[in-house]
Design a protein around this ligand. Structure first.
Ligand SMILES: Cc1cc2nc3c(=O)[nH]c(=O)nc-3n(C[C@H](O)[C@H](O)[C@H](O)COP(=O)(O)OP(=O)(O)OC[C@H]3O[C@@H](n4cnc5c(N)ncnc54)[C@H](O)[C@@H]3O)c2cc1C
Length: 507
């Protein structure tokens, strides 16, 4: 059985970043990245729908340790994938990746301070095991096997093609066709202008509107700075400007929602003209940042609507029929192709079945520690990015913190660290977000508390201070040393005596 000091699961943004931080900050530790697919990149390789792109800027979606040097700040999927591949190669992280290893379960044994990890290997999914001292789950936040796809009445009668963006068919030809995209999230607003370039017409069919904000695809200041300054310096400056602007905008939206709402709607009106019904199609019932804002580069969605190649319909689906969709209002939408941009099936840690000393871990019963570990679960971290900022900001901090923890344990001879929720914690939902994919998953997610370290702050600056400089021995994280070997006293007739209690090292 192979053994690693740290086993990282997943070779997307988070796993590649974790690899970098481990080899840089814990150079004496062995690590491997188990990746279930045959390639790296995660999300940025899996999603192949037309126009796939980031909806946050690459100066914050990029890694802290490697500058983004392309002209576009809102980048397309292939450019992001290239950046990830090149990063993995440049730092030799790719040599640590073991492809086609799908981790399914992990069992912690306190006597040996080891995780035994079950995984399926190769295309025929042969069962295998490995052990590690620390398990770092970087498996993303959704089910890779399938997206969320509610059934629609009458869909079996539809004569055209129905496709889900998570499994985009390579042979789909929509040129000159009538397309209906069901949804109003980031995927729908990406797909609509892109497909409208060649389709006869694209209709975005939404039950309710989303806030849509336009930003330039290229960041003019960033591009100027990159010409005059060393790449890393320019990158850090723009990164911090974007972080601070994002935090300012989020806080403003929380404190003065009406003002921010009015500003976003005014921008949509300016784009679409006075005749357009912005009230119906671009004015959500919720406040900005109750759900993620949809960012469109260079107003491409609005341009497509203005040109007439795309339109938005806000209505409910009554039924599919052979040649389209009938709506609750009685209106009919002709369709040759229907894209169900209905979202993701959120899943924590890829549905890992974990146990601690043979007791199964029920993650929804646990409290999340700093948004990265779980009460009562030793030596296991998982990466989950921000809902109001780029994922990588938190992924970098999580990986850095884990390295601090590992080095601290080494210095003190600890083999185990376990966050313990001793005092009662007031439970709160793990994510304070009203998006459909979050609401559908809340009962399957751990809880958070209302104060540190059990609270999940959606705030990079606060997290940066806590993760980089905060006390590791905070009274909640309990460290313990390896158990002495079990002896066989004569009184037990040579039978194994029960293991001695663990030596707990409280703060
Ligand atoms: C279409 C789309 C657009 C997005 N745009 C943005 C954006 O602009 N900005 C932003 O901040 N976020 C965005 N996100 C969120 C995005 O997922 C993150 O930014 C980021 O890519 C997550 O990286 P990750 O490595 O944590 O997870 P993933 O990219 O999901 O990678 C997880 C990896 O783990 C592997 N894996 C999963 N389960 C197992 C297992 N059991 N065993 C072994 N390997 C496993 C997967 O195969 C995959 O390679 C977007 C998401 C989607 C779906």
């Amino acid at each position: 059985m192979e053994h690693f000091d740290v086993l990282v699961v997943g070779a997307g943004i988070s796993g590649i970043g974790a690899g970098y931080h481990l080899q840089t900050r814990c150079p004496n530790k062995s690590y491997a990245i188990f990746e279930s697919r045959a390639t790296i990149g995660g999300t940025w390789d899996l999603f192949r729908y037309p126009g796939i792109r980031s909806d946050s800027d690459m100066y914050t979606l990029g890694f802290s340790f490697r500058p983004w040097t392309e002209a576009k700040s809102i980048a397309d999927g292939p450019a992001i994938l290239k950046y990830l591949r090149e990063t993995a190669e440049a730092f030799g992280i790719d040599r640590h990746i073991r492809f086609e290893r799908r981790v399914t379960a992990a069992a912690w044994d306190s006597a040996t301070s080891l995780w035994t990890v079950d995984y399926e290997q190769g295309p025929d999914r042969r069962p295998a095991q490995a052990t590690c001292n620390f398990l770092h789950m970087c498996a993303g936040y959704y089910n890779y096997a399938a997206g969320y796809r509610p059934p629609f009445p009458g869909e079996e009668t539809f004569q055209g093609r129905i496709v889900h963006p998570q499994h985009w068919p390579t042979d789909l030809d929509y040129a000159g066709k009538q397309v209906v995209v069901i949804g109003s999230g980031a995927t729908a607003v990406t797909l609509v202008p892109e497909m409208a370039k060649t389709a006869a017409h694209v209709t975005m069919l939404q039950r309710s509107p989303t806030y849509v904000v336009s930003r330039p695809a290229e960041d003019a200041l960033a591009n100027r700075l990159r010409k005059g300054l060393p790449a890393m310096l320019a990158y850090q400056l723009i990164r911090w400007r974007n972080v601070l602007f994002g935090m300012y905008f989020f806080n403003l939206a929380r404190k003065k929602p009406e003002r921010v709402k009015a500003g976003i709607i005014a921008m949509a009106k300016a784009q679409l003209g006075p005749e357009y019904d912005v009230g119906t199609h671009f004015t959500p019932a919720y406040n900005p940042w109750d759900q993620r804002l949809c960012l469109v580069p260079d107003a491409d969605l609005f341009t497509a609507i203005r040109s007439g190649s795309a339109s938005v319909v806000t209505d409910q689906i009554e039924t599919f029929r052979a040649d389209g969709i009938v709506l609750a209002s009685g209106a009919e939408l002709p369709a040759d192709v229907i894209v169900t941009a209905t979202g993701l099936d959120m899943q924590l840690m890829s549905g890992l079945k974990a146990s601690v000393d043979d007791a199964p871990v029920n993650f929804p019963e646990t409290f999340s520690y700093k948004g990265m570990m779980y009460s009562g679960v030793p030596n296991l971290a998982s990466t989950f990015g921000y809902t109001n900022a780029s994922w990588t900001l938190k992924a970098d901090l999580t990986a850095e913190y884990l390295c601090r923890l590992i080095n601290h344990m080494d210095r003190h001879g600890y083999s185990e660290c376990r966050p313990i929720a001793e005092d009662p914690i007031e439970p709160a939902p793990w994510l304070d977000f009203s998006s459909g994919y979050v609401r559908r998953a809340l009962t399957r997610l751990p809880k958070q508390g209302t104060t540190a370290p059990w609270r999940v702050y959606q705030n990079y600056a606060l997290d940066l201070l806590a993760f980089r400089f905060g006390k590791l021995e905070d009274g909640v994280m309990r460290f313990s040393k390896p158990r002495p070997p079990i002896t066989r006293p004569a009184a037990t007739g040579g039978r194994l005596a029960s293991p001695p209690p663990r030596q707990m090292a409280d703060a």
